[in-house]
Write a protein that binds this ligand. Structure first.
Ligand code: CDP
Length: 233
């Protein structure tokens, strides 16, 4: 049992592979519980955008330590569903596929993980948060009272990501095909699971939830009921 604070609030960690439904579930769950939602993928995406805009991607593959100056004084903030990088609204930019293609590489760098882990611990320290990512239950908050590992079929995940990108861009010509997205998603899962620092893996205490056949409402209700069991002390 973790450290439930005096308000009875807990930490809920939702981990899992790409496009498995983590952020949708986490956002709605946080709303239902009156908790704060923290999308840690958005933080890794923000660092990736910063590196892309600085034209550093190629150099970083050869000299990963060159990421360090970019992290000095980096400011990543959330305001509701919006994400701000150094004061600029990057909510849409971080979802672009050019960011998705490079985010696993940037996320594998130790200085990046160290700084974001510290920010995440500061954000969740007072509990009452739902945090989603790859290493929340294993590394960031191993004492989270509820740990969920969300999975779904790769084809279903690619279909969801396609629909999301079409909806966001308003134009399906600029969006990669479902097959291409499935390949990219599987590659990213492989890279995220194979890296040395904080790889994607299920914590032994995590409850595995397969969202393949579930509606959004069903998956949120399922996790909400698990959260109620943990808070009913
Ligand atoms: O939404 P989607 O599942 O595609 O990805 P995301 O949650 O936005 O995460 C993007 C990428 O950030 C992942 O593929 C990981 O490489 C990295 N990430 C991580 O390493 N650790 C986290 N806690 C969260 C994301």
């Amino acid at each position: 049992m973790g450290i439930i604070n005096e308000s009875g609030k807990i930490i809920i960690a939702i981990d899992g592979p790409a496009a498995s439904g983590k952020s949708t579930t986490a956002r709605l769950l946080a709303r239902k519980l009156g908790y704060t939602y923290i999308d840690t993928g958005a933080m890794y995406r923000s660092v990736t955008l910063k590196a892309l805009e600085a034209g550093m991607l190629e150099r970083l593959h050869e000299n990963p330590e060159e990421i360090e100056p970019l992290l000095d004084n980096i400011d990543i903030a959330f305001d509701g569903d919006r994400v701000f990088l150094d004061g600029r609204d990057v909510t849409a930019a971080i979802r672009e596929n050019r960011v998705s293609r490079h985010v696993s590489f940037i996320s594998s760098l130790k200085p990046v993980r160290d700084i974001l882990k510290q920010m995440q611990r500061n954000m969740g320290g007072r509990r009452g948060v739902v945090m989603d990512g790859r290493d929340i239950g294993t590394v960031v908050f191993p004492d989270a009272e509820l740990k969920i590992f969300l999975i779904a079929d790769a084809s279903e995940r690619a279909r969801r990501r396609y629909a999301e990108l079409v909806q966001k861009s308003g134009d399906n010509n600029s969006v990669p095909s479902v097959d291409e997205l499935e390949r990219e998603i599987l590659q990213r899962d492989k890279d995220d699971a194979a890296r040395t620092h904080a790889p994607l893996k299920k914590h032994e205490d995590a409850v595995e939830v397969d969202t393949s056949g579930l509606t959004i409402e069903e998956q949120v209700t399922l996790v909400y009921n698990l959260a109620l069991e943990k808070t009913a002390v």
